[in-house]
Design a protein around this ligand. Structure first.
Ligand code: ADE
Ligand code: ZN
Length: 326
């Protein structure tokens, strides 16, 4: 059996996926045409050629620009439906999907337009592929606290359809403490929470995410390994890390895949998982991420099974449903 067949055959959950980051250039062009939006590229090949990044901000600039073609509820539906159709081939049976409402509300797109399109695709994916899913509403950390509070307010009519809040965008200079109050408000409304930390930012940002945001799950977390006490704390508390190998490579968090710390994370007892982050921009969906990490770091079949099991243990599914997946 090939490595791809083995990995695709492992039922898995994807826990770190930005739905806007699954916008493939072909769909970007189709939506630009459908919605009469000008995009600064002549061809699908030119779009892909522009995806060369040296740091997170290079990527974010082009990612926010790409999202401009998303206007109608049907566009958000088509975006998410394409993601589910693609990952059904990768053995994904559950996905916890981040969306960035502020990327759209700042352009005059209604919150309800965004979420209704995503939710209808999620319902369709369960019927069509048997893939269950949850939504994580992420706040853009380069914007201010008031903007995050306003977004939480817009989400109120939809709270029973949103599982958690998240924190993404430019990490350096935007520490978790900036959002301590809005995360507390979200928690009071019954939402769980996740945050990107330790991707480009220092271990101290991970400590803030734990202590000040009370996160239930850590997105990336790579730089935690620079701090032995923090690493031990993450292991002791069974904190799930949603690691994204191809993203780490494309955004120069690691110089080569051979330097990726995924096996070290497992050896240190961390509950690491493998995810795709922004698959249309980073060159691969979740199975590609498992393969790239496995080949570079010599992961065993037991390691791969462990990573897939961790994805359910770290999910927000109820315990009895998690147990059914293990
Ligand atoms: N938004 C989308 N992908 C992201 C990433 N890898 N880090 C921070 N913000 C993001
Ligand atoms: Zn991310």
């Amino acid at each position: 059996m090939t490595m791809r067949a083995f990995i695709a055959g492992l039922p898995k959950a994807e826990l770190h996926l930005h739905i806007e980051g699954s916008l493939e250039p072909e769909l970007m062009f189709a939506l630009a045409r459908r919605n009469n939006i000008a995009i600064p590229f002549d061809s699908v090949e030119a779009v892909r050629a522009a995806y060369s990044f040296t740091r997170l901000q290079d990527f974010l600039d082009i990612y926010y620009q790409g999202a401009n073609v998303l206007i109608h509820s049907q566009d958000f539906h088509d975006l998410a439906a394409a993601y589910f159709d693609r990952v059904a081939q990768d053995g994904v049976v559950h996905a916890e999907i981040m969306f960035d409402p502020q990327t759209h509300t700042a352009r005059g797109i209604a919150f309800d337009t965004v979420i209704s399109g995503l939710l209808s695709a999620m319902e369709e994916a369960e019927a069509k592929h048997g893939i269950t899913s949850r939504l994580i509403m992420s706040f853009l950390r380069h914007l201010d606290e008031d903007d995050a509070f306003a977004t939480l307010e817009m989400a109120r009519p939809w709270l029973d359809r949103i599982e958690a809040v998240g924190l993404d965008s430019s990490e350096l200079g935007h520490p978790p403490e900036k959002f301590a109050r809005v995360f507390a408000a979200a928690r009071a409304l019954g939402l769980k929470s996740v945050a990107h930390a330790g991707e480009e930012g220092p271990p101290a940002y991970v400590v803030q995410a734990l202590d000040l945001l009370a996160i239930d799950r850590l997105d990336h977390g790579n730089r935690s390994l620079e701090d032995a006490a923090l690493t031990a704390r993450l292991a002791r508390t069974a904190m799930t890390l949603t690691v994204c190998p191809l993203s780490n490579l494309k955004l120069c968090v690691v110089d080569t895949m051979d330097d990726h710390p995924i096996d070290r994370m497992l050896r240190e007892g961390l509950r690491a998982t493998i995810n795709s982050d922004d698959p249309a921009y980073f060159g691969g969906y979740v199975a590609d991420n498992y393969i790239a990490a496995a080949e570079a770091r010599g992961l065993s079949k037991d390691d791969l099974v462990r990573l897939a099991r961790n994805s359910f243990l770290g999910s927000f599914l109820p315990d009895d449903v998690v147990a059914d997946h293990l």
